[in-house]
Design a binder for this molecule. Structure first.
Ligand code: DC
Length: 223
């Protein structure tokens, strides 16, 4: 079944999937699809529509009207650049419960398959190797300890001049890990045939180099 020339890069929050995926795509001359940004865009639209998750029909009214697109590292929602807005803390808080809704997942998975279905994509998310592209030629499950991820996030926030408490960052990451890995639909887990890379002790360059080398050594050179 594994034949699609596509790298499925899954893993928990804060492990550096999007930065890694972008760099791996650039190395291979492939495109990059950030599926987390798609879930974030739906969460942003839900917040703006003041949608309550308790209203069973609200999502059905919202989803058909959403047009998502991405390119050059920017994200658009109905033609508006929302690249910064989708990183707001309110969006981050809503996206985990919202992405557990099967109607949201069905809509976005269909779009992801349309975009990446012909391959030559690096796609990052939580369910790319398990649900969206199980036929991907290369599936990577990127992990790092909660402590390593919290420390990296803490340094990033510090560099932006945003004060934060490292143990609070760690608690937040652990909570998101739990929500994402215990939800009923498409929980975060290592796909069958996926290669697990623990990046706790690696820097970004090392992670990118290791993934590209793994991909080329496992048939990626023919893609
Ligand atoms: O990767 P990220 O932090 O931008 O993802 C935001 C949220 O979207 C995260 O809580 C999990 C969810 N997500 C998902 O359920 N499936 C995906 N393929 C990608 C992200």
């Amino acid at each position: 079944m594994a034949s699609l020339p596509l790298i499925a890069l899954d893993g928990p929050s804060g492990v550096g999937k999007s930065t890694t995926a972008k760099r791996v795509a650039a190395e291979l001359g492939w495109d990059y699809l950030d599926t987390g940004a798609m879930y974030r865009s739906v969460a942003l639209a839900a917040l703006r529509a003041k949608l309550t998750l308790a209203d069973p029909d609200a999502l059905e009214r919202l989803l058909p009207g959403l047009e998502l697109s991405q390119g050059g590292g920017r994200f658009e929602l109905n033609g508006e650049d929302v690249s910064e807005a989708i990183r707001a803390p309110e969006v981050t808080a809503l996206v985990s419960p919202l992405s557990a809704d099967p109607r949201v997942r069905d809509t976005l998975v269909a779009q992801q398959r349309r975009i990446g279905g012909r391959g030559r994509f690096v796609v990052d998310g939580r369910d790319i190797g398990t649900v969206v592209f199980p036929e991907a030629c290369c599936k990577v499950f990127l992990t790092a300890s909660v402590q390593a991820r919290a420390h990296r996030r803490f340094l990033e926030l510090q560099a932006k001049g945003l004060p934060s408490d490292e143990s609070e960052v760690a608690r937040d990451l652990a909570a998101r890990d739990l929500t994402d890995s215990t939800r009923a639909v498409a929980p975060l887990r290592k796909a069958e045939g996926a290669w697990e890379l623990d990046s706790s002790a690696l820097n970004l360059d090392e992670v990118v180099k290791t993934i590209v080398a793994h991909h080329l050594a496992h048939g990626g050179a023919q893609a």
